[in-house]
Design a protein around this ligand. Structure first.
Ligand SMILES: [Zn+2]
Length: 194
């Protein structure tokens, strides 16, 4: 009963966030027109509004095409469908990814199991700047439906939040990242992390 009430409150809060962010975007449009020009006003205004909703996110380090695709997608998500799309994790430095992977290997006791959740740096699209971990879940569902228009696709069954920029077209969906083939460098890190 209490859980039902909490879920109801969370839904109302999320709906309020969506409305507030959209209203902010609308309010930003006149100034955004001065900055971005008439053709880009809505786009710029949406990015500003989303930055106020997700102040901790960091889009730096994404490839320019990945960033442009993500920004275009979330402009449409907000403006047309009142859905929020934030970035939890985009580009990661190789040393950061290596640490995440080594921690996963230690925690799970197995490189094979670790690979299902986190890949070593040489294989990670986060290091390449073409992967995006997004939130919230509703936004991710929106991106699953509409991301193809922007070259953005969900890749793994076990990670609803992980999307990649694949302009060449929809890749085959994989159960988890562990099914990809390890490279020589990742074998080295696995041995080192054990
Ligand atoms: Zn990811």
């Amino acid at each position: 009963m209490r859980r039902g009430r909490a879920a109801h409150a969370a839904r109302r809060r999320d709906a309020a966030y969506r409305w507030i962010t959209l209203l902010l975007a609308v309010a930003f449009v006149p100034v955004a027109r001065l900055v971005g020009g008439p053709g880009m006003a809505r786009h710029v205004a949406c990015q500003w509004a989303l930055a106020t909703r997700f102040p901790a996110e960091d889009l730096d380090g994404l490839t320019p095409a990945t960033r442009a695709a993500f920004e275009a997608a979330r402009t449409r998500a907000l403006w047309r469908h009142r859905e929020l799309l934030g970035l939890t994790s985009g580009h990661r430095h190789a040393y950061h990814q290596a640490r995440l992977f080594a921690e996963a290997v230690r925690r799970t006791g197995s490189a094979e199991v670790a690979r299902r959740r986190v890949l070593p740096p040489a294989e990670s699209r986060h290091v390449a700047g073409t992967a995006l971990d997004v939130r919230p879940a509703e936004g991710a569902r929106w991106l699953e439906r509409h991301g193809g228009s922007y070259g953005l696709y969900r890749i793994y069954d076990n990670e609803w939040w992980h999307f990649e920029y694949r302009p060449e077209g929809r890749p085959a969906r994989l159960p988890h990242s562990g099914v990809t083939r390890p490279t020589d460098t990742s074998e080295m890190i696995m041995t080192w992390a054990r």
